[in-house]
Design a protein around this ligand. Structure first.
Ligand code: NAD
Ligand code: DAU
Length: 380
């Protein structure tokens, strides 16, 4: 079959990547979607079992750092679009092992860029109809302060968005023109990769887009991240390791809404632009954790709040960023994107998904996965 486009999605076996691959494979049967993934501990093909036999889907096990293999793949597949998600993504791991983050996130991104450049520049039409779309994070902007405007105690409602329920913990937000001030080895590596992507536009004229998104939640997230880790611990009545005082604020977005934004921006975004993606949905960790406990308890038929005593305050994460808050007005105004789910609905769906998919959870927390998981997390 002749496909209209061939798109390589890197990191497609991971959390966000699997939602992006699923959306593109189902929505665009006339596109060939190649999922390029090394299958690190975070990559799991079970995340895509529902679409693995679709005729427009192909999985390729490959390391983004292997420039020669990447180049051959892009060339032989005549790829005209790249959506680059492959990365090391967990801040705690970056604190223990920064080298791997520099290698994958910086050198891997550079190898993807250089391979695409060499192939696209060899074509008669060169960069026409091509796009290198880089998925990045709000963490590159650093951390925001918690503020009390006119003495009001946060959270307070703001007029910063069209979302009627927008609650904020400060008056400043991350915008696309904000200064890069990464603090963790993870965010420093992502910041560096963003700069490389933009440099390929400015130096070689490569059509690129960068998006910076807030914290995602939803099905298929590896249980090292706050929400799936805590859901699983509540189910099994294990301690919930809250870093510091649990006062840090994160801005949460349902992963399917991130995938919808990526689809929209891939097709309608303006070359060389940056778009921030976020749900205007700030939560203090401890408040979010209480919502999780109540939700899990009530779905399991326990007394809501019965498991509050699992909350265990532990040593804070080194360099723990206080507050993230994305201003996604540009994306909403220019491309008409809106989050589809209110947070309460998204959290309930997410908790139900993890409870209904205990086999998926058991698989990633057992066997080969278990040793790594134990080593990283048993001490919490
Ligand atoms: P994840 O850790 O769940 O998945 C990462 C995927 O990349 C895995 O499938 C892994 O096997 C693959 N991978 C890692 N190293 C690779 C390599 N060298 N070669 C090929 N594949 C490799 O990550 P995620 O949470 O889905 O994040 C995906 C992207 O989105 C990352 O770039 C991350 O920085 C960014 N992001 C994540 C969030 C979030 O809240 N999770 C928010 C904003 C941006
Ligand atoms: O903001 C986007 C970023 O969100 C992404 O770029 C990262 O890839 C993603 O991992 C996420 O980073 P965070 O560090 O914010 O996510 P994490 O789930 O690790 O932690 C969320 C908050 O919860 C953070 O303030 C730390 C806290 N936390 C986390 C864990 C795992 C705890 O208190 N205890 C925990 O055990």
């Amino acid at each position: 079959m002749k496909f209209k486009r061939t798109i390589i999605i890197t990191g497609g076996a991971g959390f966000i990547g699997s939602h992006v691959v699923r959306l593109f494979v189902n929505k665009y049967p006339d596109y060939k979607i190649i999922n390029l993934d090394k299958l690190t501990y975070a990559g799991n093909l079970a995340n895509l079992s529902d679409i693995e036999n679709k005729p427009n889907y192909q999985f390729v096990k490959m390391d983004i750092c292997n420039f020669q293999e990447i180049y051959e793949l892009i060339k032989t597949q005549h790829a005209d679009g790249i959506i680059h998600l492959a990365a090391e993504s967990h801040v705690d791991r970056s604190i223990k092992d920064p080298f791997t983050f520099a290698q994958t996130n910086v050198m891997g991104t550079l190898s993807m860029l250089q391979a695409a450049k060499l192939y696209w520049e060899s074509l008669p039409e060169k960069y026409e109809g091509k796009l290198f779309y880089h998925i990045s994070t709000d963490e590159v902007y650093g951390a925001l302060e918690m503020t009390h405007p006119n003495g009001v105690t946060p959270p307070f409602t703001t007029k910063a968005s069209s979302q009627s329920k927008h609650m904020a913990y400060g008056t400043a937000f991350f915008t696309e023109t904000g200064k890069y001030q990464p603090h963790s080895p993870y965010s420093a590596s992502k910041a560096s990769s963003d700069h490389f992507v933009r440099s390929f536009h400015d130096t070689y004229g490569m059509p690129v887009i960068v998006t910076n998104c807030s914290n995602n939640y939803g099905p298929y997230q590896f249980p090292e991240k706050l929400i799936p880790l805590f859901i699983n611990n509540i189910v099994h009545r294990k301690p919930l390791p809250v870093y510091g005082k649990g006062e840090n604020v994160r801005d949460w977005l349902y992963v399917v809404d991130h995938a919808r934004a990526i689809d929209l921006i891939f097709h309608k975004g303006v070359i060389a632009e940056t778009y921030n993606i976020g749900g205007f949905n700030e939560w203090k960790n401890i408040d979010l954790i209480k919502v999780l406990i109540n939700t899990v308890d009530s779905i399991l038929g326990r007394r809501p709040g019965e498991d509050m005593d699992l909350i265990t305050y532990v040593t804070d994460r080194a360099g723990h960023d206080m507050r993230y808050a994305i201003d996604s007005t540009k994306l909403q105004r220019e491309l008409g994107w809106e989050p589809s789910l209110q947070f309460e609905e998204g959290i309930e769906e997410t908790v139900k998904w993890y409870l209904d998919n205990q086999a998926w959870m058991d698989n990633v927390t057992s066997g080969d996965y278990q040793n790594y998981y134990k080593e990283m997390y048993e001490t919490k």
